[in-house]
Design a protein around this ligand. Structure first.
Ligand code: AHR
Length: 548
């Protein structure tokens, strides 16, 4: 009894209540007994084993790539405000966005689309700004395309944020000659007419194009082609559209990425099969280094109908279940690629992925405006972990899209900018860029909501380029915290700390007025005898480093 009383709250222990002793005894009992017989809210424990003595494949930093299409306010307002704007900018590119993107070490930016790419004519976007051709953007709201953001502005932007250029050429409505001339304009150092034009337009040094997309969704908005028709056309483009700068070829080959599948049905397996079978027999005169794959998380099907904010646990669990299909999709297309390319020379590049929800009420539906919640942070972590686990084949990925469109890193409204929960995941994952996978084993357990069952936990581990060990753990369960007991072999772990991202609700967002609702917080694990004890909040993404 003494022991029980000692465990009472001090307010009860020091009670000045003057009722009779038996009465006080009964009251005390009534307070204590339920607490004793009710099942305590069980602490979920999950054991994890990390073997730091073993290392696997490198996680290509390009899986953290971004995608910036001429769509809604993705480029105009999101990146480009023009040199005369009151919004602080460098040569027209907004400074706040550059600072934010530099911090997440964006490896590459895919541009100008998307569907826009197969209607884009590069000549419209060069030369004096006031002489640029004004066109339309029929795919995305039919709005006016001023072409003030063109090749030079894009190259300046990627340079300012320290990223590489991933250019998608127009295979659908353009010609091989148009695309080849664009590449000559950008890359040659020889005194050709196109080189002189680039110099006259203000850039004497040749630009570097690290990645070249050979069309976009050529089975749909990129030209409604059959796999065979696309293959023939792609071979012509890959032959003629070169990097025209031999010094760049030596040091850094331009990697060419063919259009690939966007699902797991027969239509899509046929597409992958057609391209990869041809690749197996390719000759010196054409080559590819990557096959693209697009996969959006939409939940219950097309058109996207889930709300991006103002939803509950059902929509949370349904979207996460749907996003985990990425794993099966990669497995399916990797297996076909393995058949024709067992040495895995051709990368699978998931160059469009992310959550795609209903447009925010009151916005132009052609602008694909949505909010970005804690659910998106968890979705991002799950997909990045899937890409990392398939690092032998998945060597590139571009989340759609970087600013103001779909699952964005950044939202802007005139001079205001807010960083989304997805942005913070990318920031926390920086140490995984070019890190080497380390095996981690665990029993994920199950989180169930209504008829949806999901793994409770996901995790990856890797050693960064300096040899430091990093661990990422996602707790999918929005209700239960998890106590992680991690045994680390291969190093004598002494300190483990990092950051964790969570928020009060599954649909918590960062808004312009409340930008810090979903931001990372410091987290420290207890370390004893090489074992870590780490308390994970429900619905959280956590990245820690483990040091000896
Ligand atoms: O990201 C939006 C669009 O989705 C892209 O333009 C297109 O490639 C895809 O269908």
């Amino acid at each position: 009894m003494i022991a029980i009383c000692a465990s009472l709250p001090s307010s009860l222990r020091r009670s000045t209540f003057t009722a009779s002793l038996p009465y006080r005894f009964l009251v005390t009992l009534a307070l204590i007994v339920p607490a004793l017989i009710a099942p305590a809210k069980s602490q979920v424990k999950i054991r994890l084993a990390v073997d730091a003595s073993k290392t696997g494949v490198k996680i290509d930093r390009n899986i953290f790539g971004q995608f910036a299409e001429h769509l809604g306010h993705g480029v105009y307002e999101g990146i480009w405000v023009g040199p005369d704007s009151n919004i602080p900018n460098t040569r027209g590119i907004r400074s706040d966005v550059v600072v934010a993107l530099t911090a997440i070490k964006v490896p590459n930016v895919r541009w100008p689309g998307g569907c826009f790419a197969d209607e884009y004519h590069w000549r419209n976007g060069i030369g004096p700004a006031n002489k640029r051709v004004v066109t339309l953007n029929p795919n995305w709201g039919g709005v006016v395309e001023p072409n003030t953001f063109g090749t030079h502005e894009f190259m300046d932007f990627v340079d300012q944020i320290g990223a590489e250029a991933y250019i998608s050429v127009n295979v659908g409505s353009g010609t091989p000659r148009e695309a080849a001339e664009w590449l000559e304009y950008m890359t040659t150092a020889q005194p050709t007419t196109l080189e002189k034009e680039r110099v006259a337009n203000g850039h004497p040094a040749p630009y570097k194009v690290a990645y070249l997309g050979l069309g976009n969704e050529s089975w749909d908005c990129g030209g409604n082609m059959t796999p065979d028709y696309y293959l023939d056309r792609m071979k012509i483009f890959t032959h003629f559209v070169r990097n025209f700068n031999p010094s760049q070829q030596d040091r850094h080959q331009m990697l060419k990425i063919a259009v690939g599948p966007a699902g797991d049905g027969p239509r899509w397996t046929e597409w992958t099969d057609t391209i990869m079978k041809a690749y197996q027999q390719h000759t010196w005169s054409w080559d590819i280094n990557g096959l693209s794959m697009h996969s959006y998380t939409v939940g219950r099907g097309w058109p996207p109908s889930y709300k991006s904010v103002g939803f509950g646990e059902t929509e949370y669990s349904e979207i996460l279940k749907s996003t985990l299909d990425m794993e099966g999709l990669i497995d399916k297309h990797s297996a076909i690629m393995d058949k024709y390319d067992p040495d895995k020379k051709v990368a699978l590049v998931v160059d469009e992925w992310g959550g795609w929800y209903a447009p925010l009420p009151g916005t132009n539906p052609g602008f694909l405006v949505q909010q970005n919640s804690l659910r998106d942070a968890i979705l991002a972590a799950l997909n990045l972990n899937i890409f990392a686990r398939h690092a032998d084949r998945v060597r590139g990925a571009n989340i759609a899209q970087m600013i103001n469109v779909l699952q964005a890193m950044i939202l802007t409204d005139k001079e205001r900018m807010v960083l989304t929960p997805t942005y913070y995941v990318y920031k926390m994952y920086v140490p995984f860029q070019d890190a080497t996978l380390v095996p981690v084993t665990f029993d994920a357990g199950t989180y169930t909501h209504a008829n949806i069952s999901l793994p409770r936990l996901d995790a990856i581990a890797a050693k960064d380029t300096n040899g430091k060990l990093w661990l990422e753990i996602t707790n999918l369960d929005p209700n239960q915290p998890v106590m992680i007991e991690a045994s680390v072999s291969g190093i004598a772990a002494k300190v483990a700390e990092g950051q964790t991202l969570t928020a009060p609700k599954v649909d918590s967002v960062n808004s312009f007025d409340a930008p810090n609702t979903v931001i990372p917080k410091t987290i420290t694990a207890k370390v004893q005898d090489g074992k870590l004890a780490l308390h994970l909040e429900p619905k959280s993404v956590t990245v820690i480093s483990v040091e000896q």
